[in-house]
Design a protein around this ligand. Structure first.
Ligand SMILES: Nc1ncnc2c1ncn2[C@@H]1O[C@H](COP(=O)(O)OP(=O)(O)OP(=O)(O)O)[C@@H](O)[C@H]1O
Ligand SMILES: Nc1ncnc2c1ncn2[C@@H]1O[C@H](COP(=O)(O)OP(=O)(O)OP(=O)(O)O)[C@@H](O)[C@H]1O
Ligand SMILES: [Mg+2]
Ligand SMILES: [Mg+2]
Lengths: 251, 251
């Protein structure tokens, strides 16, 4: 029964999309069946995998309540629910819709059995789209850049998780925290990493994703890191993260 | 009659807050009267300047329609309208309020005459808070990281500016684009910078803000870059940007 995992952090630019694209792809390479949902109106995951001219997207899923005809399938790529920039309007349009916080959860319940994992890439906010993703999810994965503003935002993220747990989804838990754009030469990085380790303990993945320009270049070609440069440090880090992710599952 | 400038880009983590804090401070050091409004529920500008225990914030301004008693004043710092995380709720709460898109504009009209410049730091989204800021603004300053996802988001940002121009604020214009976290050793940086230069021409500021870890360290001490390390590359870049900003005003 596929676990649904929201990749979330309202701080902007911390590597949510880069992690969503490359971790879901790494797990596909390790023979897991994976679905990735792009829940961000920026639709960066959609272009990160090189999908374009999208006719049906997660916007229809939220308004119509079904995934029929929306999932894109491609060789060696996770199954994919694309986004379009229309999604920006959903925040206001959904305000008066029934069950507005459960739209994604209800739609995913029909397909989750076909997958080992379902990942949801969230926008940099704690609005209705993120609440929909957190209500649908069993757990959350938190990408975190080792910088002050990112660290500061954690308190607000954890209190939002508690709000969603109390209001819509009582079993929601933090699956783990992944350090991104990690640069061990910088004091700031090491200081913040130490704070995170103290706070999250075992939930902090041992695999940190190093800063590696190949990860930033890959999306300009609409490719994940494995297609773009499988020998890069970025590809090594994300495969190692996927292996650690699976190892934890076994325990 | 103080010009109101929204610092905006819905792409997350591109240096909006870092530019809002340090450009507004640099202009204060150059003897301009400046007000900075934190319109982001993350309230990063607020902690970046070391303000805490905020009792009245921009949240009250939007709901009550007045800036009375909200502006914080401190030596050698821009006057400041703080944010709190309560602001996340404003997006939904304001949906049914009269003139919901003009709340900030109306409140600022009473004080703008006291300043040379009013800056507004925006959240990484194109929702109600950003629309309020764009409706209140005379112009926008767009910080841009030279990476693919940031470049890709520009189209959506420009179409939102056009929407706001047509619906609420006909004279809104792009004052300029500032390249941030600039690393001239990377091909990606130079390629994206070239695309931006071709598209924006003279609107692209010549001063690029180099990647400089001191800029990321300063907020952990609640200080702007000039207080934290006035000799750093980051401080030099932001003073140069302020001077270029003022030079353009004269023309
Ligand atoms: N480990 C890394 N090394 C170098 N660059 C990276 C790395 N991870 C992400 N990037 C780049 O940093 C930028 C921000 O990453 P990304 O867009 O994945 O973050 P995000 O949290 O999804 O942003 P948003 O909040 O806008 O959704 C992107 O340009 C991306 O290519
Ligand atoms: N020139 C720079 N050199 C190094 N680090 C920088 C630079 N500019 C910003 N940073 C750091 O990069 C991160 C992102 O910057 P910042 O928070 O200012 O972006 P933002 O666009 O305001 O993000 P958000 O979308 O979350 O509001 C922060 O940790 C900041 O300290
Ligand atoms: Mg993203
Ligand atoms: Mg910011």
């Amino acid at each position: 029964m596929g676990e649904i995992i929201a990749i979330t952090n309202q701080k902007g630019g911390v590597g949510k999309t880069t992690t969503a694209v490359n971790l879901s792809k790494a797990l596909t390479l390790l023979k897991r069946k994976v679905l990735l949902v792009d829940m961000d109106p920026q639709a960066n995951c959609t272009s990160g995998f090189g999908f374009s001219h999208i006719s049906r997207s997660v916007y229809e899923v939220l308004l119509k309540g079904t995934l029929d005809g929306v999932i894109l399938r491609r060789e060696k790529t996770p199954d994919f629910v694309p986004a379009t920039t229309d999604l920006t309007g959903a925040e206001v349009e959904l305000v008066s819709v029934d069950n507005r916080n459960f739209r994604l959860k209800n739609a995913l319940s029909a397909v989750r059995g076909n997958y080992d994992y379902v990942f949801i890439d969230c926008p940099p906010s704690l609005g209705l789209l993120t609440v929909n993703a957190l209500t649908a999810a069993d757990s959350v994965l938190i990408p975190l850049q080792c910088e002050f503003y990112a660290l500061e935002g954690l308190g607000k993220l954890l209190s939002t998780l508690k709000f969603v747990r109390d209001a819509f989804n009582e079993h929601l838990y933090v699956k783990g925290v992944v350090l991104t754009m990690f640069d061990s030469r910088l004091n700031l990085t090491n200081q913040v990493a130490e704070e995170i380790r103290k706070f999250f303990g075992e939930k902090l993945f041992r695999t940190a994703i190093a800063r590696n320009v190949r990860l930033a270049e890959a999306p300009s070609f609409g490719r994940d890191i494995f297609e773009y440069d499988g020998k890069s440090r970025g590809a090594e880090n994300y495969i190692a993260l996927a292996r650690e992710f699976l190892k934890r599952e076994k325990q």
